[in-house]
Design a protein around this ligand. Structure first.
Ligand code: NDP
Length: 245
């Protein structure tokens, strides 16, 4: 199946930003999207929009830090549609701060959502995709998966980890399951709102002025899905043209 048409696509963190834009784009191309996040009302509103435009969308409350919750959305997708063709591990948080600020809880939150959340997605979907002898796991990394900057040590560490996990997975199951890393540069979303550090938030506001729309990342994701089954788009960096990073 070359087009996203009728593919069953589970998206984590679909309540805003990149996840939301991806849900809208893939649904408009005919994919059946199954959307998860904690803010269920946001998901309900998004699904209503998609259905009003003639698309197919289902929603389920999801916390990617809880393995059972991630398993539940995969099971829900199978119950609704009989299979899962694509899992997009998109949920992420970015409370940036310098290490010396010792925001240990925020470090752990980033590890829990950005790394463990991706692993929980793999654990939930991989056995199913192995049974299907087909599937695609798309992990959203970042330009922070290639370079580190002050205040972003832990965030970048989580995204380096996402790249490492994705590459290992690709090598292990690449025979018939496609693994894709999408690495966005600065993109319009609610991500910077998780920064609790005042200085970090101010710097980020300046840094994010050149942000590209979340639809740019959605198009990259659609491109990776649309390739034939024997073509694995392993890694894509999509950043603002004006970005030096
Ligand atoms: P947003 O903050 O707009 O979206 C993040 C999404 O993750 C929300 O839908 C949020 O939903 C969800 N989420 C957070 N924690 C959890 C959780 N525990 N369980 C389930 N869902 C969760 O930011 P973006 O759209 O930018 O982020 C999407 C991905 O893109 C992230 O992985 C981010 O690291 C990555 N990225 C973004 C860049 C950018 O500049 N925007 C650049 C590089 C990478 P809810 O709160 O409802 O649970």
């Amino acid at each position: 199946m070359q087009n996203p048409q009728e593919k069953v696509v589970v998206i984590t963190g679909a309540s805003s930003g990149i996840g939301e834009a991806t849900a809208r784009l893939l649904a408009s191309k005919g994919a059946r999207v199954v959307l998860g996040a904690r803010r269920i009302q946001r998901l309900e509103n998004l699904a209503s929009d998609i259905r009003a435009a003639g698309g197919v969308a289902d929603v389920l409350a999801l916390d990617v830090t809880v393995p059972q919750s991630v398993q539940a959305i995969i099971d829900f997708a199978v119950q609704r549609h009989g299979r899962v063709d694509v899992l997009i591990n998109n949920a992420g948080v970015m409370p940036l701060s310098k290490l010396e600020a010792l925001k240990v809880n925020e470090w752990n939150q980033m590890i829990d959502v950005n790394i463990r959340g991706v692993l929980h997605g793999i654990a939930a979907a991989l056995p199913l995709m192995q049974r299907q002898r087909a599937g695609q796991i798309i992990n959203i990394a970042s330009i922070g998966a290639y370079a580190v900057s002050p205040t972003a040590a832990v965030y970048c560490a989580t995204k380096y980890a996402v790249r490492a996990i994705s590459e290992g997975l690709r090598q292990e199951v690449g025979g018939y399951i496609r693994v894709t890393v999408i690495a966005p540069g600065v993109t319009e979303s609610e991500l910077a709102e998780s920064i609790s550090d005042e200085g970090g938030r101010a710097e980020m506001r300046e840094f994010r002025k050149i942000a590209i729309g979340a639809d740019a990342i959605a198009r990259a994701i659609a491109y990776a899905i649309e390739q034939p089954a024997d073509v694995d788009v392993s890694e894509l960096i999509v950043r603002p043209t004006a970005s030096p990073f």
